[in-house]
Write a protein that binds this ligand. Structure first.
Ligand code: GCU
Length: 393
């Protein structure tokens, strides 16, 4: 099926796909969408603050990661769980989860410091597609260290399948809040925070994920060639931006990542660039606001972000009732990104027409499923992702 969304070309006429093209695409995303994060001028170190046996199936480590930047030191905790099967001779693959659930309780009825009612005004007739409050990140705190049997991050299940897994709180990198978002890692760098291309929260969280990878690549029990990054929703947008920029990522899994995640912006239903920039103006850079209601003028579209991950593995998942994220726009984005995988002589997404709820396609380098149901990350999603990874071993 032809996808006619008038998106910018991935491979320009009479040109080829190469590192230069990939870099120029990432630069456009940086300038116009996510904002520029620091490439140098900082150093990273860590300290294992706790190490103990974990339920007779492995080891738990809490690692404090320090980022020394021009204006001081920022630190955050990484919770790492390693199965018993791991050894220096048998390093295991690892899944890094970007947790968008809060460490501290949030006021209820509010989304990131704004009144929910106030936000609803901007969505107009798209209100029908909005996720219900129960689908939004929960205001209740979530304990990454001890809550190891939860669908959002099923540590015990992953260990039983032979994976190590690690997670950090996105808000430890930078608050998910319009007035406070620059109080985290961003405040330690001397860039001009008011600049139109200054980094937003998604780029800051992705930078944090790469600092977690700095640690993971040094752990001899972990297979540093098999690091996957996983995120749901705003965490999925973050996982994609991290994987596009960080070649150490072996596989990226973005679950229900929607607007400015996997979904094409042109022709998108549900949340669009205007909505996301109005409700979450601090997630992206100022330049991105130029494209409110003018998606057709964007120099990029999200299939180009997906293509920047090629030829590495990519896994996307939609939920059939998640109309705010728009499953079709997520799917077609993967279809279009496949062109670059094909350029490498590989299969991208195997299927070219949208799947029915409950279906999956795992044969290509891009795997995808659409689960029946709403916007969330379930154990079933994790199981299918593991199945996809297994099939690539
Ligand atoms: C809101 C937002 C989405 C985001 C989601 C989430 O619904 O509009 O873009 O993906 O929150 O992170 O849960």
């Amino acid at each position: 099926m032809v996808v006619n969304r008038n998106v910018p070309e991935l491979i320009l006429q009479n040109e080829k796909w190469d590192e230069e093209r990939r870099k120029s695409i990432l630069q456009a995303f940086e300038e116009e969408v996510y904002g520029c994060s620091p490439k140098d001028g900082f150093s990273v170190s860590w300290n294992i603050v706790k190490e103990e046996p974990f339920k007779n199936i492995g080891t738990k480590r809490v690692v404090e990661i320090y980022i020394d930047a021009p204006k001081g030191r920022h630190s955050f905790l990484l919770y790492v769980f390693i199965p018993k099967t791991a050894s220096q001779h048998n390093p295991v693959p690892v899944m890094l989860s970007i947790s968008i659930t809060p460490r501290f309780p949030q006021p209820s009825g509010m989304v990131n410091g704004k009144e929910l009612d106030e936000l609803l005004k901007v969505v107009g007739d798209r209100v029908e597609t909005l996720p219900t409050p129960s689908e939004l990140p929960k205001p209740e705190p979530y304990d990454l260290e001890n809550n190891t049997n939860d669908e959002k991050w099923p540590v015990e299940v992953l260990l039983s399948k032979g994976y190590a897994t690690a997670a950090f709180y996105a808000e430890d990198i930078g608050p998910d809040n319009e007035t406070k978002y620059q109080e985290g890692i961003i405040s330690y760098f001397e860039d001009n925070k008011e600049a139109p291309n200054s980094w937003g929260t998604i780029a800051a969280w992705a930078f944090g994920a790469s600092r977690a990878i700095d640690y993971l690549t040094t752990d001899s029990l972990l297979d540093k060639s098999k690091i996957s990054v996983i995120g749901h929703s705003r965490g999925g947008k973050t996982a994609l931006w991290c994987a596009a920029n960080d070649p150490r990522v072996y596989c990226c899994y973005a679950n229900n990542s929607g607007c400015t995640g996997a979904a094409l912006s042109r022709g998108k239903k549900g949340e669009d660039v205007f909505c996301i920039n109005t409700i979450f103006p601090y997630w992206f850079c100022e330049n991105y606001k130029k494209y409110n209601n003018r998606e057709d003028t964007l120099p990029v579209d999200q299939h180009m972000l997906l293509a920047s991950i090629a030829p590495r593995l990519l896994y996307l998942a939609s939920a059939s009732e998640d109309l705010w994220a728009d499953p079709e726009s997520e799917f077609y984005s993967a279809v279009l990104a496949s062109e670059v995988y094909e350029y490498y002589g590989l299969r991208g997404l195997e299927k070219k027409s949208p799947l029915k709820p409950g279906q999956k396609t795992h044969k290509g380098r891009i795997g995808y499923h659409v689960r029946k149901g709403r916007h969330e990350l379930t154990l079933h999603d994790w199981e299918l992702f593991c199945e996809f990874l297994e099939s690539k071993r």
